[in-house]
Design a protein around this ligand. Structure first.
Ligand code: HEM
Length: 501
């Protein structure tokens, strides 16, 4: 009886999480209909396995593991169940005593690959055995973006390369200074996670589409929050589900961006502004690829939407966690302050940061890397097997998805002695061994926003450390995984004090 009650409770918990509803809402009738549908589906599946010959893949030496619940597989266990980031993969590696296990996530059969050898295999075999793959929910929210279409990738990533981004450092710095004046300087207590998130989004709006009206930024941010919560969901288009709401919110943002593009075309025609220091939107409107092909309006919109999504949550997560670490480790803060103070003192009054200043922020970048090691903002991503793959004595059938994650190597004592210790000096000299430190992924499909993230995080760090010291109000605040990303459970409440250079 006890186990039956536990199963019913577990179904209810998964259901509440999936539909984003609270226990006090009356959802039992909907739950009953769904359970009936699942029961019918299970019966059909059993009948099919009894009366049809097994497919080739069931005869292959598949890795050990479990597919979890029908349809949702182990998705909820991955997203919510493991309170400790990384526990999902670690527990299964220990249980099955292997670095490869099978599972089912987001409605897909998957093999999880763990450890540096597995990372090397995946990152060095793009287009040979595997190709990048994003869950169906992600693909359908950004259907014309670079995650689904290869044609526009080169053009988009050319905007994100260092030679181009260096032109935007002074804009980033000026923007950060006025944000600090308006939002931080007058406060002695604040929740850093919330402010940092707003800041990174507002800066992305400024640099990608020159949107700087605060009301417009806030409206887009609210919609994007809804998109974020539906990007990694089972793609069931039922009203009320996170996925459904995300599709609707993405549509609203698309309409907003279409209006911005319409106005921009007029501005470009009338004012003929085509300087290379334009925002991403102008860049994409006036720049063609090597064959002189331009992106369609739909591609431009979806790619800007993708970058707003991929580029703000990740960097804000990293910045919040860096602030958390600096608030809890004064000796590390002092070293970062020393480095940033030297840079600040070398500047004339009001002079903005430039490329050379960023290159001097070596210790600060090591601190960021150590933060990304301990709590990677994107702890995992996927590949698609384009042929049957033999790996570690198992076969991964063609068409299966492959889940790789960074926690396993980032937190292993084999590659990072005393892995729980915060020690930025690990990144000095040659740094970590190849394929052990992979916060931005690897191979040809490594994160194209790495340099943008580096600049944005360091410019922010320079400004916040130069102006403030802070103390966490909740020392050792716990980290939870929310929408697939780590965040301090209470939003990082801190006490701020002005700093003296
Ligand atoms: C600390 C910040 C960031 C982290 C930790 C991060 C991490 C990642 C990771 C792990 C991937 C998957 C790579 C792979 O599969 O090998 C990825 C992909 C991606 N990232 Fe980032 N990212 C960050 C910031 C950004 C920024 C600022 C942008 C845009 C301005 C961005 C845009 C993208 C895009 C578009 C993809 C998909 C690339 C593709 O499928 O080809 N990211 N990121």
């Amino acid at each position: 009886m006890d186990s039956l009650m536990r199963i019913i409770d577990s179904i209810k918990l998964n259901f509440e999480a999936f539909f984003n509803i609270s226990p006090d809402q009356h959802y039992e009738p909907l739950l009953r209909s769904l359970l009936l549908a699942v029961a019918v589906w299970v019966c059909l599946t059993v009948l099919r396995s009894l009366f049809f010959r097994p497919t080739e893949s069931t005869q292959l030496p598949l890795p050990p593991g479990s597919y979890g619940w029908p349809i949702i597989g182990e998705t909820m266990r991955l997203m919510k169940g493991s309170k400790k980031p990384g526990a999902f993969a670690r527990q299964r590696m220990e249980r099955y005593k292997t670095t490869v296990f099978k599972t089912s996530i987001l409605g897909e059969r998957m093999a999880a690959f763990c450890g540096p050898a597995a990372n090397k295999f995946l990152f060095s075999n793009e287009n040979r055995f595997v190709v990048t793959w994003w869950p169906r929910s992600t693909q359908s929210i950004f259907p014309l973006s670079i995650i689904t279409s290869h044609s526009s990738r080169k053009l988009l990533t050319s905007f994100l390369r260092p030679e181009y981004l260096r032109l935007h450092i002074s804009t980033m710095d000026a923007f950060t200074r006025s944000h600090m004046d308006a939002e931080w300087a007058k406060k002695s207590q604040l929740k850093a996670a919330h402010l940092v998130k707003y800041y990174t989004f507002a800066l992305a709006c400024r640099l990608f589409a020159n949107i700087d009206d605060p009301d417009h930024v806030s409206k887009l941010k609210d919609e994007l929050e809804v998109v974020v919560s539906g990007v990694l969901q089972v793609p069931v288009k039922l009203p009320g589900t996170r996925y459904y709401k995300a599709m609707k919110a993405a549509e609203t943002i698309r309409k907003e961006l279409a209006a911005v593009i319409k106005q921009r075309r007029v501005d470009l025609m009338e004012k003929n502004i085509v300087s290379s220091a334009q925002d991403l939107l102008s860049y994409l409107l006036v720049t063609g690829d090597d064959d002189g092909q331009f992106m369609t309006e739909g591609e431009i919109i979806d790619n800007i939407l993708l970058l707003l999504f991929a580029g703000h949550d990740t960097t804000s997560c990293a910045m919040t966690l860096v602030m958390k670490n600096l608030g809890e480790l004064p000796h590390i803060y002092n070293e970062v302050f020393r480095e940033q103070r030297e840079i600040a003192m070398s500047k004339k009054d009001g002079e903005l940061l430039n490329w050379d200043d960023i290159q001097k922020m070596k210790y600060s970048w090591n601190v960021v890397n150590e933060t990304l090691r301990l709590t990677p903002p994107v702890p995992a991503a996927f590949r698609n097997a384009i042929s049957d793959i033999s790996y570690a004595g198992f076969t991964i059938p063609k068409g299966w998805k492959i889940y790789w994650n960074s926690y396993v190597t980032h937190n292993s004592a084999d590659y990072f002695p005393m892995p729980e210790k915060f020690d930025p000096t690990r990144f000095e000299g040659d740094g970590p061994a190849p394929y052990t430190f992979i916060p931005f992924g690897g191979g040809p499909r490594m994160c194209p926003g790495k340099e943008f993230a580096r600049l944005q995080i360091l410019v922010f760090l320079h400004n916040v450390v130069k102006r403030f010291r802070w103390e966490s109000e909740v020392h050792g605040e716990k980290i939870e995984i929310h929408n697939g990303m780590p965040r301090p459970v209470q939003g990082l409440p801190i006490r701020l004090q002005p700093n003296i250079l």
